[in-house]
Design a protein around this ligand. Sequence first.
Ligand SMILES: Nc1ncnc2c1ncn2[C@@H]1O[C@H](COP(=O)(O)OP(=O)(O)OP(=O)(O)O)[C@@H](O)[C@H]1O
Ligand SMILES: [Mg+2]
Length: 295
Amino acid sequence: MKLARVCKHVSRCGLSILALLDRYVSVYEYVPEELLFRKTRLHEKSFAEEIENLRKLKLVETHPTRAAHRLTFLGLDCLALLDLVERDVISHIGPPIGTGKESVLHLAKTPSGDVVVVKFYKIGRISFKKVVRSRDYLVNQPSWLEASKVSAEREYRALSILSKQTELVPKAFGWSRHTVVMEIIEGVDLCDYRDARDPENILKLILTALRVAYLNAGIVHADLSEYNVVVSLRGPTELPYIIDWPQYLHREDPRSEGYLRNDVSNLLKFFKRRYGVVIDLERAVGYVKGLFNGI
Ligand SMILES: Nc1ncnc2c1ncn2[C@@H]1O[C@H](COP(=O)(O)OP(=O)(O)OP(=O)(O)O)[C@@H](O)[C@H]1O
Ligand SMILES: [Mg+2]
């Protein structure tokens, strides 16, 4: 069933059960039914019906042996969507347009009719080891749902700061729980873009955006490669937008230097391999850090 339709099948009481499960997510892996029942103040029969409905909709999972329940990602999706709608960040949710390793993206509409993207974080679908390697800010999170919320908040924060400094990141319009609402970039992922008209210019635009992020906002991407750049083809120039910022580091972080070099090196290798564009690594890193005024 489509996400928007699932949300419509949830009653007001069902929603308050979902909200309770979310509230206790950091305390219990499965929230005891007795606690939920007490907090909702429903009659026994109505409570059982509500839980059954939520289970059928796959918004809630029941412990295999105990009377206890937990929120699923779909349950969290509903809570976040309804919150975004209530706060007029969006008015409609549309179909999925993409899936990353850690997220699903949907089209959506704002109350004024603009098309935007909602990124739903779904951390935990790849191995924990891999998540931790590049996302150490998630290590102490009690659950994948909480880890996903932290990622969404971090990405919203980074995009909000960065879009004041450069147009080459999507504008952020809001966030709720594990979701971020952002500007849609109509284009092609750099890794899938084969026939660039001016690859050298694309690379220089990316390095300039990284420089502005570093010098004006004090931010390093820390997971940059051809997979996290979308080339917009809307106008006459190819505009590379840098996406996927939850793991960003502050310039003062001692690890930022190594990650910055890695980000720049990934891009230089890609442009050399695909287009034969060669820029010296030291020169490019120095440019991003403001040590040189040109590349
Ligand atoms: N603002 C946007 N507008 C349009 N498409 C987008 C936008 N943001 C992301 N995408 C698309 O969705 C895909 C996944 O996005 P993103 O990289 O942010 O998620 P992810 O789960 O972190 O991905 P991965 O871990 O696989 O890198 C991108 O490769 C891109 O094609
Ligand atoms: Mg990505």
